[in-house]
Write a protein that binds this ligand. Structure first.
Ligand SMILES: Cc1cc2nc3c(=O)[nH]c(=O)nc-3n(C[C@H](O)[C@H](O)[C@H](O)COP(=O)(O)O)c2cc1C
Length: 182
C-alpha cells in the first residue's frame, strides 16, 4: 500500500502527528508520503492506494486550502480508502474529542461533500512562548474562559498518542477493494 498523508499545519504539531502515523503505517510495511496542502497542486491521487488528510484549527477554522483541496478532489477521494483528522485545543476535553462532539469537525462536514471513511479528532499542543504577542493574548483569554492553562510560559502537549496510534492501526487495515480501480 502506498499511503498519502496530506496535512495543514501552522506550528508543526499536525506534522508531528502525521510523522507518528507514518511510522505506524511503515511498521505495517506501507510506503507513506507526507505532503503539505501548500504543495498539493501537482498531486495525482491515483498514484496512491490510501489517503489521510489532517488539519489543525486556527481561530475556529481549518485551513481554506484544505477545504478547497477536499472539494476539488471529492470524487477521487471517494474511490480510495480514506480518512480525515482534525487537531485542536477544544479537543483537550475528552467530551469534545469525537466526530460527533467536536464543533470544528461538525462545521467542516457541512462545508464538504466528501464523507471520510474514518474520522478522528486529536487534542493539539499549547505553546505560548512560540506565539506572537496578539495570538498569545487571544489564546490565553480563550484558555481562561474555558478553564485551560494561562501561564504565559506554558507548553502543553494534550495529544493522546495512544488514540493516534489506534487510529493509525485502524486506517492501516483499510484496503482498496479489488474492483475499486477497475
Ligand atoms: C493563533 C492560534 C489560534 C488557534 N485557534 C484555535 C481555536 O479556535 N480552537 C482550538 O480548539 N484551537 C485553536 N488553536 C490551537 C491549535 O489548533 C493547536 O495548537 C494545534 O496543535 C496546532 O496545530 P499545528 O501546529 O499543526 O498548526 C489555535 C492556535 C493558535 C496558535
Amino acid at each position: 500500500m502506498n499511503t498519502l498523508i496530506l496535512y495543514s499545519s501552522t506550528d508543526g504539531h499536525t506534522i508531528k502527528i502525521c510523522q507518528f502515523l507514518q511510522k505506524v503505517f511503515e511498521q505495517q510495511g506501507d510506503a507513506t508520503t507526507l505532503i503539505s496542502v501548500k504543495h498539493a497542486s501537482g498531486i495525482d491521487l491515483q498514484d496512491f492506494d490510501r489517503v489521510i488528510i489532517g488539519a489543525s484549527i486556527r481561530y475556529g477554522k481549518h485551513s481554506p486550502l484544505i477545504v478547497e483541496f477536499i472539494n476539488d478532489n471529492a470524487a477521487m477521494l471517494d474511490t480510495l480508502p480514506n480518512a480525515f483528522f482534525s487537531v485542536n485545543l477544544v479537543a483537550r476535553k475528552t467530551e469534545k474529542r469525537t466526530p460527533d462532539t467536536n464543533p470544528y469537525l461538525k462545521i467542516l462536514l457541512k462545508q464538504i461533500s466528501w464523507r471520510p471513511m474514518e474520522l478522528a479528532v486529536f487534542a493539539g499542543k499549547l505553546d505560548y512562548p512560540r506565539y506572537k504577542f496578539r495570538d498569545r493574548l487571544m489564546i490565553r483569554l480563550i484558555m481562561w474562559m474555558t478553564g485551560g492553562p494561562t501561564d504565559p510560559d506554558a507548553v502543553v502537549e494534550f495529544t493522546d498518542w495512544k488514540q493516534v496510534e489506534d487510529f493509525g492501526r485502524l486506517v492501516s487495515q483499510m484496503k482498496q477493494s479489488p474492483t475499486a480501480s477497475t
